[in-house]
Design a protein around this ligand. Structure first.
Ligand SMILES: Cc1ncc(COP(=O)(O)O)c(C=O)c1O
Length: 486
């Protein structure tokens, strides 16, 4: 029971009610999770779902039991489990975990604002950041921050890159009179890199899309060629972005080769490791781990392949001084003598997201989580082997990590083939056992399967294979019956 200390406060009149509702919410949440495998991974919204959320702003109070009941009936019951579900393979969304439920509750109970200073919450975040460096064998000198995700982490890292490698004093003088800043990324770079560089005033025209090899990795020779051309034009080559697990195919760029080029031309090297960087902790990819320390900055998400709660991204940066100068905000009502977390990122007020990460790492230990990463890599290989042997299916390549891209091939008209593959995805998703997405690579639509959930088993992969084959045949028949291809 929570006592009401003051009649005008927001504490509830009857503290027992809070306790009852919290207990019920815990029971309902656990039943929901325990039953997850029996639910449809996705179900479409109905018109009633929309009307339920059209109600005007509530000015008057409602008993907590009633608002919880509304949640239970119209949100929980109508929620598509999506990334919680073991059959979910869309985009790159982690499945969360039960320890995270506790983390979320405790985070909201403490409601700490982790700006900085002498708070226990800051010690927790500092420890999580130290653990992050230990995970990737990086030295202590890196500054770091827990962020709202990898997009934010990329924006922070690329801001530091720009300020570090452009000739002027950008935090004080701005971009006025600066040469043209150029960034280099693979054709396969994530949209968040473009977004970050647009925010930073670099612009798409100044991002060089470097061609990739058959494994979708940057070709170092092409990178160097582009840099030399820009130098001839007196532009300022500023940053290289390496993929460590590209979104489309899971490609890992050759970080060592890119770092040599970065060093030679005095360019910042950033590694976008959103989900893929955790593969480096498995035996198969351990050999790549050393190259990470060659980068000037690294970004990744705990909420993806570590299956921790949303939102928990992270950025680690080698250049403490430039990082601090890019974001520091000191003085006036927030004067402080030692740097705060808020001096290393965009937000002043910051959630205590580090608590859930801390609780998950402490409870599960790294080994258990990485075993799941390893399992997903094996599952991707298994799916690839099974689908490779199917007639009419074309695999884009043997998977590097946990992403398998394939398409149903029928006839030679790309437009029709693209439509067939899109409709295979829609139908599989409507069946409710598996959820996959499409991606566009060189104007071909591929069915993209990203296996990232710790709950996924070989049985789930077998169900997906069955769906892919059956729906593929059905779509071919439909194409024939409707004279779409003669
Ligand atoms: C390679 C890569 N970088 C960046 C991001 C953006 O991460 P977030 O969704 O956490 O902002 C993603 C998201 O999938 C990604 O795959």
């Amino acid at each position: 029971m929570v006592k009401k200390l003051n009649n005008n406060s927001l504490d509830l009149n009857d503290g027992c009610i809070l306790s009852e509702v919290l207990h019920k919410a815990i029971d309902d949440s656990l039943s929901y999770l325990n039953d997850i495998d029996n639910k449809n991974v996705f179900h479409p919204l109905r018109s009633k779902d929309y009307t339920r959320f059209e109600e005007d702003l509530p000015w008057d109070s409602l008993p907590l039991q009633d608002s919880y009941e509304f949640f239970n009936r119209f949100i929980l019951e109508r929620h598509s489990p999506m990334n919680l579900h073991p059959g979910f393979y869309g985009w790159a969304m982690g499945g969360g975990n039960p320890v995270g439920i506790l983390g979320g509750m405790l985070e909201n109970m403490l409601n700490a604002n982790v700006i900085g200073g002498m708070q226990i919450s800051c010690l927790v975040e500092e420890q999580v950041l130290r653990w992050a460096k230990q995970l990737f064998c990086l030295p202590e000198i890196y500054t770091g921050l827990i962020t709202g995700g990898c997009s934010e982490a990329n924006l922070i890292a690329l801001t530091v890159a720009r300020n570090s490698k452009m000739p002027g004093d950008i935090p004080r003088k701005g971009l006025y009179d600066q040469p043209r800043s150029i960034f280099y990324a693979s054709e396969q770079t994530h949209v968040s890199i473009h977004k970050a560089l647009n925010i930073l005033g670099v612009g798409d025209d100044n991002i060089r899309s470097i061609p990739v090899n058959e494994k979708y990795e940057i070709i170092p020779y092409e990178l160097e060629k582009a840099i030399i051309e820009d130098l001839k034009l007196n532009y300022c080559p500023t940053g290289i972005i390496a993929n460590c697990g590209s979104i489309n195919t899971g490609a890992i760029d050759d970080i060592s080769a890119l770092s040599q080029i970065a060093k030679e031309y005095n360019i910042w090297l950033h590694v976008d490791g959103a989900f893929g960087v955790f593969a480096m902790l498995t035996d198969s990819y351990h050999y790549c781990l050393e190259s990470l320390s060659l980068a000037d900055s690294i970004s990744f998400d705990f909420h993806k392949w570590m299956n921790m709660p949303y939102s928990s991204g992270c950025v680690l940066i080698k250049d403490r001084k430039t990082h601090y100068e890019a974001f520091q905000a000191n003085g006036g009502y927030i004067e402080h003598s030692e740097p705060w977390f808020s001096d290393y990122g965009i937000a002043l007020s910051r959630r205590f997201s580090a608590l859930s990460i801390w609780l998950c790492l402490k409870t599960y230990g790294v080994r258990q989580i990485i075993d799941c990463v390893n399992k997903n890599i094996e599952q991707a290989k298994y799916l690839y082997q099974k689908m490779k042997n199917q007639t009419d299916w074309e695999m884009i390549m043997e998977p590097t990590l946990n992403v398998v891209c394939m398409r149903y091939v029928y006839g030679s008209d790309q437009t029709i083939m693209n439509e067939i593959n899109k409709s295979i995805v829609s139908e599989i998703n409507m069946k409710g056992r598996s959820f996959v997405t499409t991606t566009n690579i060189n104007d071909c639509i591929y069915i993209r399967v990203c296996i990232i959930n710790h709950r996924t088993t070989e049985q789930h992969i077998n169900l997906l294979i069955q769906d892919l084959i059956e729906v593929g045949v059905k779509k071919r028949q439909h194409t024939i019956n409707n004279n779409i291809i003669k």
